[in-house]
Design a protein around this ligand. Structure first.
Ligand code: SAM
Ligand code: ZN
Length: 257
């Protein structure tokens, strides 16, 4: 895997000391306590509602502290173990939106010698047990053709621009590589949980967001339409129903011809 400037795509020098400068555009990237920060400068961000997204990210931080098990990567839920097997983890694996936990549980089933790399704007307060960077799905800090598998585990509906994120995933895939997606879905009209928490009720839904955590939620049909628009072919899929209202869906995608 080769690190590349998320602003200008130049190859970055080895990350040593407290900061490195891009040799081409001179953007400075800094070391944080538990990860290097490879987010591009604000003015380089793709168009979109980044202020709305920042508020959702603050809500996400609160939820991680109050209810970490809500996330796939934490604990060992059946859906998570299934997704781990579905994803055929081998070679160089990139997890886009890996979350702040030290080891996402969906990494559990993998071929020997699999190398994991994760990116997330939220890197938390603990060292990860794999290579993790503070970075954005829409602006991946890697050279073209760096990975064999790219994972999106419950993350597509958190991004400002999921189409840009899928284009970036294709860019960093090696020939023959695959993208593996976990999509959780709740049908419209689903009853609200009977137990609600004070911390949850206190969070605001920012104008322009779909709910307290998501920019825009997708159902399975909308997700497939998004993949098609991104010129990705669905080569395998699984659909699991939890109950009348909730389901989860896995997709394996390859760049279309
Ligand atoms: C529901 S959590 C899932 C985390 C992890 N994959 C798991 O299943 O435990 C969604 C994650 O997406 C991350 N995220 C939100 N916007 C992002 C972006 N633009 N680029 C990369 N990650 C992003 C959030 O910080 C959060 O960690
Ligand atoms: Zn640069």
């Amino acid at each position: 895997m080769t690190l590349a400037c998320p602003n200008c795509a130049a190859v970055l020098p080895p990350l040593t000391g407290d900061a490195v400068d891009c040799p081409s555009c001179a953007t400075t990237y800094r070391r944080l306590p538990f990860a290097w920060d490879l987010t591009p400068p604000r003015e380089a961000l793709t168009a979109g509602q980044w202020e709305v997204w920042e508020q959702l990210q603050r809500n996400g931080e609160v939820s991680y502290e109050a209810d970490p098990e809500h996330n796939l990567g934490v604990g060992s839920r059946e859906d998570v173990q299934r997704f781990s097997r579905f994803s055929r983890l081998a070679g160089d694996v990139l997890d886009v939106g890996c979350g702040p936990q030290p080891w996402p549980a969906y990494f559990d089933h993998h071929a020997p010698d699999t190398r994991f790399v994760g990116v997330d704007p939220l890197v938390g307060e603990r060292e990860a047990r794999y290579e993790r960077f503070r970075a954005l799905a829409e602006h991946l800090p890697f050279a073209d053709g760096s990975f064999d598998v790219v994972l999106f585990a419950g993350t597509l509906d958190h991004f400002v621009d999921p189409t840009a994120a899928l284009a970036e995933a294709q860019r960093v895939l090696r020939p023959g590589g695959t993208i593996s997606i976990y999509l959780g879905h709740k049908r419209e009209g689903a009853p609200k949980p009977t137990v609600s928490h004070e911390w949850y009720e206190a969070l605001q839904v920012p104008d322009g967001a779909e709910d307290r955590f998501h920019m825009e939620r997708f159902g399975p049909d909308e997700a497939v339409a998004l993949f098609v628009r991104a010129a990705l072919e669905v080569t395998d899929q699984e659909h699991h129903h939890v109950d009348e209202w909730r389901s989860y869906h896995f997709y394996r995608l390859t760049p279309g011809a």
